[in-house]
Design a binder for this molecule. Structure first.
Ligand SMILES: Nc1nc2c(c(=O)[nH]1)N[C@H]1C(S)=C(S)[C@@H](COP(=O)(O)O)O[C@H]1N2
Ligand SMILES: [Mo]
Length: 213
């Protein structure tokens, strides 16, 4: 069932390449194996940055919900605003402290569609086709956002603008850029990186990098 098209050893080599030899300074706010990237914000994209304007952008939630719904840019922006201030952690080992994203809490969207009791997992997908899976519980309780601002400015295209998913308590590959929708399921279904050996949940504090960690 679970596709593993690449050996996980390959994935391991690939993600550590280029990061070897950086100083690892102890910092209690850093999850294990991470370093502080400081002012750098690396761009990690499996795709070419799409040419996506707010007018082209839409966000849909469907699957195991009472009322599937699609929001356009203005509809999404009309929901009550919410800010995340905190840290982000990429599985390639960089973390950033004290970043500030603006958008809308995913709870505000989920309140409208009303997940069925049987919904336990989600697949988030991008306008480019990228996918990533998450337990539904990681998308609720004020821990996930649809974000369109960074540092008070529109989110740059290479970082997922006009809007991206933001789930900062998990490794950053869960935060799908150019977010197009979330599909709710009653089972876990591996996304793009998860099919290639990455962990299905990705909690940085438990160092859940690869399947089996
Ligand atoms: N659509 C899409 N979303 C994505 C990715 C991607 O390749 N495509 N990469 C993920 C990974 S591995 C990380 S670390 C972050 C990188 O976000 P950034 O480029 O803004 O730093 O986006 C995540 N979301
Ligand atoms: Mo990443």
């Amino acid at each position: 069932m679970r596709k593993q098209s690449l050996p996980s050893r390959w994935a391991r080599m690939n993600v550590t390449r280029g990061f070897a030899g950086r100083p690892r300074v102890h910092n209690p706010g850093l999850p294990p194996g991470q370093y502080d990237a400081g002012d750098d914000w690396p761009v990690l994209s499996a795709e070419v940055t799409p040419d996506l304007t707010p007018a082209d952008w839409a966000f849909r939630i469907d699957g195991l919900v009472a009322e599937p719904r699609t929001w356009d840019w203005d509809g999404a922006r009309a929901l009550p605003g919410s800010v995340y201030e905190g840290d982000i952690h990429c599985v390639t080992s960089w973390s950033k402290f004290g970043v500030r994203f603006g958008g809308v809490s995913l709870d505000a969207f989920l309140e409208v569609v009303r997940p069925e009791a049987s919904a336990t997992h989600a697949v988030a997908y991008s306008h480019t086709g990228y996918t990533t899976n998450l337990p539904l519980g990681d998308l609720t309780g004020g821990r996930a956002w649809i974000a369109w601002e960074y540092d008070g400015k529109p989110l740059a295209a290479e970082h997922g603008g006009p809007a991206r998913l933001l789930v900062p308590h998990l490794y950053f590959w869960k935060s799908a850029k150019w977010i197009a929708g979330i599909h709710l399921l009653d089972h876990d279904e591996p996304g793009f990186w998860e099919q290639n050996g990455y962990h299905s949940r990705g909690n940085p504090w438990e160092e859940q990098r690869y399947s089996g960690d």
